[in-house]
Design a protein around this ligand. Structure first.
Ligand SMILES: Cc1ncc(COP(=O)(O)O)c(C=O)c1O
Length: 424
């Protein structure tokens, strides 16, 4: 048999499988309670409404919705999205929109368009693994920036320091990638001040900002903070923000429909990149969503989804309080939106190793190390609260707490136990 690796491109050789997707295979056994996936709750999907919308578009458009469409996207859907975004205070027209096969496609287009091998993207430490994977597959690299201890965005001092060092080393940095609303994996939401500061930084250094915002509308507590796209329009309106949105978390991920908002020349370049990827996004699904949006029900569906997630998040936090060992070095975030909690554990716990013990106890999480481009931190994990039922949340948290407690006890009773200098 031919040796595949001899034939692969340099790009393909550097591509890595998603750790999450590999681990998810292990978690597919029926008796495992999985907090690992980033799955929305199926009870939030408006099945009947979407079926009715599909019936109507079949009746109205017949064979036309089974034909190829334009790469830019369906005009009816774009018109709905212009109205939707305008209502949120953005100033845009259809020429500023590109419909994508959900956000992940946009995340793949951007490094394809912007990066030559070895070029850098600034991103959080940690950050969304699918973005890291896309950057890596074009031989790009990530300049990782830690978050501030206030969890309100990047540590701006570190940003300046690491950026200056990278520039001094002649590294070519092309854009900044951030998820300002309820970041995957950490749940962090950027403050208004930090959002403004990031835009100022990007102006000064002439960088684009990619604002990935799949969870923006999934806010179940507190008040919304202006998006980077909107803020930049209010500041100098230079068009440096590229905003990625998706129906995956506000409607249903199986639709695979997203949209990019950007200045026109960026959209035009993305159209060219998309042509080689899939010619166009599913016309049928675009029309279905346009028809559904025309009913005006999206807002109430999102509100219902946020209500369900608020309950689940509160319930999970309550169970964490009840079952987790009480220690200063075992902490978790209390996000006001999104789908995830981020747990930080005692530094000696390696969640990669502990994962297999958790699987033995029939509970799963995503290892924190998956969310780092390099030099991963290994004592954290991402926990999803949207997918499991209330019963599963309670039982799963119990199992997880037992797993963690056993790790702590094993460490404390071990030979290096209480006397290890790094523990003091
Ligand atoms: C931060 C972030 N960006 C993008 C995506 C991709 O979403 P989709 O391709 O379903 O729109 C996800 C999925 O979970 C995500 O968490």
């Amino acid at each position: 048999m031919q040796d595949l690796s001899v034939y692969l491109s340099a790009n393909a050789r550097t591509m890595k499988k998603s750790v999450i997707r590999e681990l998810l295979k292990l978690t597919n056994q029926p008796d495992i309670i999985s907090f690992a996936g980033g799955l929305p709750a199926p009870e939030t999907f408006p099945v009947e409404e979407l079926r009715e919308a599909t019936d109507r578009v079949f009746r109205q458009y017949g064979d036309k919705i089974l034909q190829y469409g334009t790469t830019e996207g369906d005009n009816d859907l774009k018109a709905q999205l212009v109205a939707y975004e305008t209502a949120q205070g953005l100033s845009l027209g259809p020429q500023n929109l590109l419909i994508t096969s959900a956000s992940q496609q946009a995340l793949d287009m951007l490094p394809k368009l912007f990066l030559d091998p070895g070029d850098y993207v600034i991103a959080g430490r940690p950050t969304y693994v699918g973005a890291i994977q896309a950057i890596q597959s074009y031989q790009g690299r990530v300049l990782g920036i830690p978050f501030s201890s206030a969890n309100d965005g990047f540590d701006m001092v570190e940003l300046e320091k690491r950026y200056a060092r990278a520039v001094g080393q002649k590294k070519r940095i092309k854009y900044i990638y951030v998820i300002p609303d309820f970041q995957n994996p950490s749940g962090i939401c950027w403050s208004l001040e930090k959002r403004r500061a990031l835009i100022e930084f990007a102006y000064r250094e002439n960088l684009f900002i990619v604002e990935d915002a799949p969870y923006r509308e999934i806010r179940f507590l507190g008040e919304p903070i202006d998006s980077l796209y909107k803020l930049e329009q209010q500041m100098q309106n230079r068009g440096i923000v590229i905003n990625l949105k998706t129906f995956s978390k506000i409607l249903a991920p199986g639709t695979r429909i997203g949209w990019v908002i950007a200045r026109e020349d960026v959209i035009q370049k993305m159209v060219v990149a998309k042509q080689a990827m899939d010619l166009c996004t599913s016309v049928l699904t675009q029309k279905m969503i346009a028809e559904f949006m025309a009913t005006g029900k999206l807002k109430s569906i999102i509100a219902r989804t946020c209500g369900i997630y608020r309950e689940k998040r509160n319930f999970m936090l309550e169970k964490f309080e009840t079952y987790m060992p009480k220690r200063f070095d075992l902490t978790w975030t209390k996000p006001e939106g999104g789908l995830f909690l981020w747990l930080s554990l005692p530094h000696y716990i390696d969640t990669d190793k502990m994962f297999y013990k958790a699987i033995e106890k029939k509970v799963a999480y995503v290892v924190g190390s998956a969310f780092y481009f390099d030099d991963p931190e290994t004592n954290s994990m991402r926990i999803n609260f949207s997918y499991s039922s209330f019963e599963q949340i309670e039982e799963g948290v119990k199992r997880l707490a037992d797993t963690i407690r056993e790790e702590i006890e094993a460490h404390e009773s071990g030979p290096r136990g209480q006397t290890a200098p790094e523990d003091i």
